[in-house]
Write a protein that binds this ligand. Sequence first.
Ligand SMILES: [Zn+2]
Ligand SMILES: [Zn+2]
Length: 553
Amino acid sequence: MASLRILPLGGLGEIGMNCLALEQRGEVLVIDCGVAFDDRGLGVDVVHPDFEALSSYRPAGLFLTHGHEDHIGAIPYLLRRFDMPVFGPRYALGLLRARAEEHEVLRHADLREVTPGSVVRVGSFEIEPIRVTHSIADATALAIRTDAGLVVHTGDFKFDSAPPDGEMFDEARFEALAREGVRLLFSDSTNIDARGPTGDEEGVGRALETMIASATQAVVVSVFASNVHRLRMLGEIAKRCGRKIVAFGRSVGTHSRVARSTLRATGTNAGRPYLEWPADLIWPAERAPELPRRAILGVATGSQGEASAALARLARGDHPAFELSSGDLVVLSSRVIPGNETNVGRVLTDLLRRGIELRSWWSDRAVHVSGHAHREEQQRMIELARPRAFVPVHGTLHHLTRHAALARESGVPEVLVLENGDVGELDADTLRRSGSVPAGRVHVFAGRVVPSSVLAERSSLAERGALHVTVPVDAGGHIAGPVALSSRGVLDPTLDRDLVTQAHDEALAALAQLSQPGDDDIIEAVRRAVRRAFGRVLGFRPVTLVTVLRVAS
Ligand SMILES: [Zn+2]
Ligand SMILES: [Zn+2]
C-alpha cells in the first residue's frame, strides 16, 4: 500500500496557527489555515505559517474544520500564493466572506460548502465532515480516506451533551469509523492538563442568567465574540430579563451579523439563522445612554485585556458610547489565555476603581467552560475512534507529549509526536518520522511581511534606543563643521549634556586618527567611539546610525 506524508506547518509545538498538510501521489490536502498573534509589542498584526513546503506539490484543496481565527485567519495569505478550492462548514465560510472587504483575494476564492454526512473528493483524498461540539457553531471533525488508510482529524472538540444549538456530537459516526478501522487519529491536545468534566454551555447560561436577573443596573458580559452559543444564550437571557442587547466592540458586531444572516444547513433547526436576535432586542451602542441602566445587557469584546478593545475602554472610562458607573455589573465570561494575565489584571483594576461589581472565572467557575476537551474527554475520543496510530495536534510540545503519553496508556500501539516542520510517514504497517520541510512563522504588519531581521532591529530599538550622528566632511576628508548628535529613547539630552559632549569629543578624536579616510572608515570609527562612550556611562550601547555629509570646502 502506498504511503501518506504528514507535513505540519503550524499548531504543532505552539498554540494557534493551525495548519496541517497531508501529501500523497504528489498532491497536498491542507487542513485548516489559521493565524497566531505576537505579543512582544513589535508592531505585528498577525503571524501566519510559512507555506514554502507546499510549493513542491500540487495543491488539491484546503479543508476547514471550523471558523475560529486560529483555523481560518491565514487563508488570504495562503490563497495569495496558491490557488486552491476551500471546503468548509457554512458558518466558517460565512466568517470568511465577511473578511472579503479586507482581503481582495477572498472575493475571487472558490469557496465550497460541505455538510456533515456528505463525502467530498479532493484530488485523491475522500473527506467526510463529522459533527462535533466546540465553542463555535458548525464545528466538524474530518474522516479522510487516504492511500494509507482511514485517517481521522478531530478538529477542535469537546463532548457537550446539551449544545445550545441542538447540534449533537455524532458519536455514532465515530463508532462506525472505529469498526471500519481507523489507521491514524489526529486529536486536539489543548486541555491535556485540565481534569474533571469540561462542562457544558447550558450550565454557563444558567450561571449568567442568575447573575443578570439579580442585577439592578447595567450589565456588561465580556465573551469571545466567536462563541455563537453564548451570544445566543445571552439573547435569550436579555429577553427574559427585560434588557436590550448592546454590542460593544467590532468583532461582536461582525460575529452577530454573520450569525444572524447565515441560515443553518443541518440539524433540527436547518433553514433558521445561527443566531436569532430579533431586531427589537438589539440596541445600538451609540444610543445606550438613552436606555435606563437596568435595561442594558452589554456584550463586549476584550476578554483577554486587549487595550484597544471595548472592555478595556469601558474600564478606563474612554469608551465613546457608554460610561460604566458604580454598581454596574461586569462579568468576564471567559478564561485568561496564558500570557494575557497582566493585561487582564489591568482591566480588572480599572473596573474595581470605578466601583464596578465584578464576576469572573476566579470568583465563579460557572461563568465559563472551555471549548476544548479535558483529559478524560480526550481519552474518551481515543477510546471512541480506537486508532492504530496517534499523532497529537493543537498544542505546545508539552501538551503534545502529555497527550501522546495518554494515547500510549490507552493502548494505542503507534504514537508519534511531531512539531511544525517534522515530516511523518504513514503506511499500512508503520508510522515514522521521515525528515523535515521548511516551516516557521511569517510576521505581517499593515498587510506586509516583516522579515525577522527587521523584527530584531525593532527589538533592539525598543530595548536600547537610537543615536544618530551626522559628520560633515570636506573633499579632503577633514571635518568641515560641527558633528551633530541626536537621540531617541536613550536619555534626556538636556540633562545628559556631559555625556553627549563626551561622546562628541571621542568621535572627533577617533576621526583625527584617520588619514585620507573613505566614508565607510569615518562611519565605522564614529560609530565605535560613540557606542563606547555611551556604553561606558550608561551600561548599554544604543543602536547608532552615522551619516557622512560631504560638504564643499
Ligand atoms: Zn476552535
Ligand atoms: Zn483551535
